[in-house]
Write a protein that binds this ligand. Structure first.
Ligand code: HMG
Ligand code: MG
Length: 300
């Protein structure tokens, strides 16, 4: 059975933009977030408080939140935070929610966080502790849940181990990242079963599929059949990870909304309004959206 409604966790402003080569002005980022919110996206990851030398595109995190005012804060406006320095900056900017981001593989932990898996968990521990003390909502991502460009297929138990460690730190929600988009439906089902066997509730779990092989939507449907109701997607299908070259855009929010409408599943999103937002953003970036639904429904 499928749920009657889902929560879309919109990552276009963060995952979508972090890989863009030319720096998008803070004003445009703030406007993008405002337009997505008015299209009905209730949960929007706004930016990252990572080392600005690692992700120069999001070095303006504080400025974007400043431009957004109250619209950029609260429990439904998470920001990425890797360490205590990032948390200090995020707290100073008045955020209401944060997301830490671990890796299921050693190679990607090194490439993305400059740490081993163990060291990165140690780095996250005080971040989660202090976030909870400050009353923030906390998400824990696990990257490379299905395959890793350096290590190949990733064993399910390895993913579950890292997921459990992040949840044990005190995260409110887990997000399973298919960073390079290699997951297929059977693998998704297998991982979700293994998580449940370990006592990690799928009501606390989200899925985060990149669409490199065009499987993001079918993977999402399998996840929904398993009881997942929070789905990460990015407006217009923007996205990628600068530290995993084979990563392309996330599942496009339009593709997701189109499929959900067809299945009678509520998302709260107005597709027309979101399409015009993504078309506007594509103009800003000077490049057409990779989303099939955006291409089909937008006049060139
Ligand atoms: P490091 O170089 O080991 O950091 O990087 P460090 O702790 O040694 O500090 C070095 C310097 O950076 C220090 O400055 C720090 O203050 C500064 P110095 O004392 O030399 O002048 N620094 C910072 N400055 C501002 N904000 C900070 C910060 N941290 C340190 N937060 C670090 C370690 C984790 C910081 C680095 O590796 C990093 O920033 N990584 C982030 C990479 C990233 O953003 N990747 C993309 C997001 S993850 C993703 O896309 C996957 C996801 O979508 C899910 C999926 O698809 O699977 C979430
Ligand atoms: Mg991602």
């Amino acid at each position: 059975t499928l749920p009657s409604e889902i929560t879309i966790y919109e990552v276009g402003a963060r995952d979508g933009l972090q890989n863009e080569k030319s720096v998008v002005p803070a004003q445009v980022k703030a406007e993008f977030i405002r337009r997505m919110a008015s299209a009905g996206l209730a949960t929007i990851e706004t930016t990252s408080f990572v080392n600005p030398q690692w992700v120069p595109q999001l070095a303006d995190a504080a400025e974007v939140l400043e431009l957004l005012g109250d619209e950029g804060r609260g429990p439904r406006r998470p920001v990425l935070v890797p360490n205590e320095r990032g948390l200090d900056r995020a707290l100073e900017a008045g955020v209401g929610a944060v997301a830490i981001f671990g890796s299921a593989t050693e190679t990607f932990a090194r490439k993305n966080l400059n740490r081993s898996v163990d060291e990165s968990i140690d780095m996250f521990r005080p971040v989660v502790e202090r976030s909870r003390e400050a009353g923030l909502w906390v998400r824990g991502y696990v990257s490379m849940c299905f395959g890793d460009p350096w290590e190949g297929p990733v064993p399910v138990q390895q993913v579950v181990d890292v997921a459990e460690r992040l949840m044990d730190l005190g995260c409110d929600q887990l997000s399973l990242g298919d960073t390079i988009g290699v997951a297929t439906s059977g693998h998704v089902a297998h991982l979700l079963d293994a998580l449940q066997e370990r006592g990690i509730g799928l009501d606390q779990t989200a899925v985060h599929f990149h669409d490199t092989y065009g499987q993001a939507l079918s993977n999402t449907l399998v996840a929904l059949r398993h009881g997942i109701t929070v789905v990460d997607s990015s407006a217009g299908g923007l996205g990628g990870c600068p530290y995993a070259e084979s990563a392309t855009g996330n599942l496009a929010t339009e593709d997701l909304v189109w499929a959900m409408e067809g299945a009678g599943i509520r998302t709260g999103v107005d597709l027309e309004s979101l399409l015009s937002t993504s078309s506007w953003m594509a103009q800003q970036l000077g490049r057409p959206s990779p989303s099939a639904v955006v291409r089909a429904l937008t006049n060139p």
